[in-house]
Design a protein around this ligand. Structure first.
Ligand code: URA
Length: 200
């Protein structure tokens, strides 16, 4: 009912509604040994068209924040909780999240990242397996059991939240800079202290 090579799923037909709504399966992108893994909710229209996560407006914001932290998109891995676009951009159902969980857990195990960043409420709740008040918990780093290992997870608002509410932008950028610092990528040199801080 699906093929999975440890990173990419093919030929999956576990979720009838998503098979109907998708143009293609959107697997994660980025190095298979990336230290930093971003997990979003699921592909939107642009992602479904192009077959790559976070290529729409949310992706532009994510790239901007990465660049401010001295990291390029090519340095990190980006994936989603579900790999097929839900109809009308609705949230994935619990069953759809569950059906795709094997692929997300497999990708995390293959990657073995230093840090996972959850982008928004859906991936945060999915990986922490509890209710999350994302605006107040964003920036928190927690240890979470995923599969048979404990993983460090930094909670973040979804980049799209910064488009609806400019007031969320600074917090989002700070969270990404903190993530880069913890994972040891980019131009940060110690928790939250950027090159700009040092010379500014
Ligand atoms: N939002 C997500 O959660 N994932 C994407 O890939 C794009 C937008």
């Amino acid at each position: 009912m699906a093929d999975f090579d440890g990173l990419c799923a093919t030929d999956c037909s576990r979720c009838p509604a998503l098979v109907e709504s998708r143009s293609r399966i959107v697997n994660g992108v980025g190095p298979a040994d990336a230290a930093l893994l971003f997990v979003g909710e699921g592909p939107g229209k642009r992602e479904d068209e192009q077959g790559e996560p976070f290529v729409g407006r949310s992706g532009d914001v994510l790239e901007e924040a990465l660049s401010a932290a001295g990291v390029t998109r090519r340095d990190v891995r980006i994936t989603n909780c579900v790999r097929c676009r839900p109809p009308d951009n609705r949230d994935p159902t619990a069953e759809e999240l569950d059906n795709c969980r094997e692929f997300l857990e497999g990708e995390i195990e293959t990657l073995d990242p230093e840090l996972i960043v959850t982008l928004g409420k859906v991936p945060s709740q999915h990986l922490l397996d509890r209710s999350v008040a994302i605006t107040s918990e964003a920036g928190d780093v927690v240890d979470v059991r995923i599969g048979d290992r404990s993983r460090r997870v930094l909670l973040s608002v979804h980049p799209a939240a910064t488009l609806y509410d400019r007031g969320q932008r600074d917090g989002f950028f700070e969270a990404i800079e903190r993530a880069a610092s913890i994972a040891g990528v980019g131009s940060t040199d110690g928790e939250g202290q950027s090159q700009l801080d040092r010379f500014g």
